[in-house]
Design a protein around this ligand. Structure first.
Ligand SMILES: [Cu+2]
Length: 569
């Protein structure tokens, strides 16, 4: 009795305190109603079917503050089922929005309510997880604001004028046809992009032998992306002016924070700015120590928060978004006055890339083990194709040495040969440069479970998988609550893959020790190995998959499932 009384006395004041605080900072329920409906768009002079939410593409930006409760009513006015996934969010598994895994699909003419507490802050996004709907409009930004009272609130960053921005692509082709054509190994996309490596072009460019070798290895024309797109969109438009934020005109000296999500289905984008350096302040919704770069690539489904400055008066500076294959771009002009353009990213030198791929491939089409550990996007094999980087010359010199039969101290390509930061004055962001401002160490007392996956695939048949199995052929990956999971991912395919884990952030082991950055997407280039860690702290069935839409639809993923949990469906 005395014991209970003691507790009661102790609890009482705390209870009163809670009462006071809850009246001061009442938990707000923020409700959004989203109407998902067929629409007709015209981005290219041709009318095409798309899906709009509340009449717009992209879907509306949803804004919350950490501590709110989100209540999102999804009204499906399509003739087909739909779903919405809240990318990068920590939430109860049943709210995760993966049809037939965490919920039943939302049927036509029905409403589904998602309700979950907002327990984090940062730039995230949301999209349909049903079929190929993401390709035709179902993507939008999802912003969770940090409270000013938050000890991690960064003055000069978290209080800057801010613009949410979702990048995407538009194709006039029906995505179902794209998917079919990719499986038919038709090189229509390359033809349209004028990047086809025909014999004639090969001879002209003096690379006939390279082309022949390629054919012999049964390689298709090499390409850095799968799909041809008609337009690149920033917040739904290829060209926009940003003259003011919250009705305040932008002027010289102003710093602007862009919350950028890559909502594209299969495109990577280079980000460059005509007004100088780009300061990266967050990735995948997690703060990083500010870092200045000249350019960065944003992988499919990643988010970056960046800060740019308007350096001089009466000028609008181009912020340029260019597809990785450099065939298309979109721009936003930041500021007021004469437009200062960013020089376009020069066209890729495909033959240089093809020749290099040849050198790296064995006769059976597998990649050669280059005898060095590649990871974290530090060595970009595409560097030989970037005219703006001086890499080509050094590579030529290296191979000349070999041709002359001279002893080579470094039989394998050296790190510098593919490191754009070592080869030029341009600073390119890579994952090793990201550092969390806070320690991200996992609980030390937890047991470690290591899971290894090889990213596998075949460009000719367009089959993408993990360990040569697609998700439907593979068992769920069982983990136990409380364990520390270490994921070691090796990419043994010819394409890069942005791997995404639902419901958790992982630490990227990138040499920053206790300050390893937290992300929920890791882009893995060919031949790279990356190691990720997370604490298993959220029960449920969580999808782990490549976020290139057509790779995911081909089966490149797994379900990571907590043991001994009660089934959801
Ligand atoms: Cu992929």
């Amino acid at each position: 009795m005395d014991f209970q009384k003691a507790i009661f006395n102790k609890i009482l004041p705390i209870g009163l305190l809670l009462l006071v605080t809850s009246s001061q900072f009442a938990q707000k329920v923020i409700r959004y109603d989203l109407y998902v409906k067929d629409t007709i768009v015209n981005f290219t002079g041709t009318e095409k079917r798309a899906i709009a939410v509340n009449g717009q593409i992209p879907m509306p930006t949803l804004v919350f503050t950490e501590g709110d409760t989100a209540e999102i009513h999804v009204h499906n006015q399509l003739k087909e089922t739909t779903s919405l996934h809240w990318h990068g969010l920590f939430l109860p598994n049943k709210e995760d929005g993966v049809p037939n895994l965490t919920q039943m699909p939302i049927g036509p003419n029905s409403t589904h309510i998602y309700r979950f507490p907002i327990t984090q802050n940062g730039t995230h996004w949301y999209h349909s997880h049903s079929g190929l709907q993401e390709q035709i409009g179902m993507y939008g930004n999802f912003v969770m604001l940090k409270k000013e009272s938050d000890p991690t609130f960064r003055k000069g960053i978290d209080d800057l004028p801010t613009v949410p921005m979702v990048l995407s692509e538009w194709t006039n082709l029906n995505p179902e046809n794209i998917h079919r054509m990719l499986h038919n190994a038709n090189d229509w996309a390359a033809i349209k992009k004028n990047a086809t490596q025909s014999y004639l072009e090969a001879i002209k460019a003096g690379h006939f032998k390279t082309k022949l070798t390629n054919e012999w290895k049964r390689m298709l024309a090499m390409d850095v992306s799968d799909v041809y797109y008609d337009k690149i969109l920033m917040n739904g438009s290829p060209n926009t002016d940003l003259k003011s934020i919250d009705d305040k005109p932008l002027k010289a000296g102003d710093r602007v924070r862009l919350r950028i999500s890559n909502g594209g289905a299969s495109s990577y984008f280079w980000l460059t700015y005509a007004g100088g350096k780009i300061t990266v302040v967050a990735s995948d919704g997690n703060d990083v120590e500010p870092i200045e770069v000249d350019r960065l690539i944003i992988a499919v489904s990643e988010t970056y928060d960046i800060v740019v400055t308007i350096p001089i008066e009466n000028t609008a500076f181009e912020f340029l978004v260019t597809t990785e294959d450099r065939t298309k771009s979109a721009s936003i002009y930041i500021g007021n006055g004469i437009k200062q353009l960013k020089s376009p990213q020069p066209r890729l030198k495909y033959f240089e890339g093809m020749k290099m791929m040849n050198d790296m491939m064995k006769m059976n089409g597998d990649l050669d083990d280059m005898g060095m550990q590649m990871s974290l996007n530090q060595m970009d094999m595409n560097v030989v194709m970037y005219p703006e980087i001086t890499g080509e010359l050094k590579l030529k010199n290296a191979s000349k040495k070999d041709d002359m039969g001279m002893t080579n101290d470094h039989p394998n390509p050296s790190e510098t040969q593919y490191n754009s930061n070592a080869l030029s004055d341009i600073v390119t962001l890579n994952y090793a440069m990201l550092k969390s401002p806070l320690k991200t160490k996992l609980p030390t007392e937890s047991p470690i479970k290591e899971l290894r996956f090889t990213l596998t695939g075949n460009m000719n048949r367009y089959v993408w998988s993990l360990d040569n199995k697609v998700v439907s052929e593979a068992d769920k990956i069982l983990i136990t609550k409380g364990e520390n999971i270490r994921l070691v991912l090796y990419n043994n395919s010819m394409m890069r893959h942005p791997m995404h884990l639902h419901g958790h952030d992982f630490r990227v082991l990138n040499g920053q020790g206790d300050y390893a950055p937290l992300k929920n997407i890791i882009d893995i280039m060919p031949m790279e190995t990356d190691t990720l860690e997370f604490n298993a702290n959220a029960e449920g069935d969580w999808f782990f998959h490549c976020h290139i839409l057509y790779h995911m639809m081909s089966g490149m993923g797994r379900v990571i499932s907590y043991e001994n949990q009660s089934p959801i469906l």
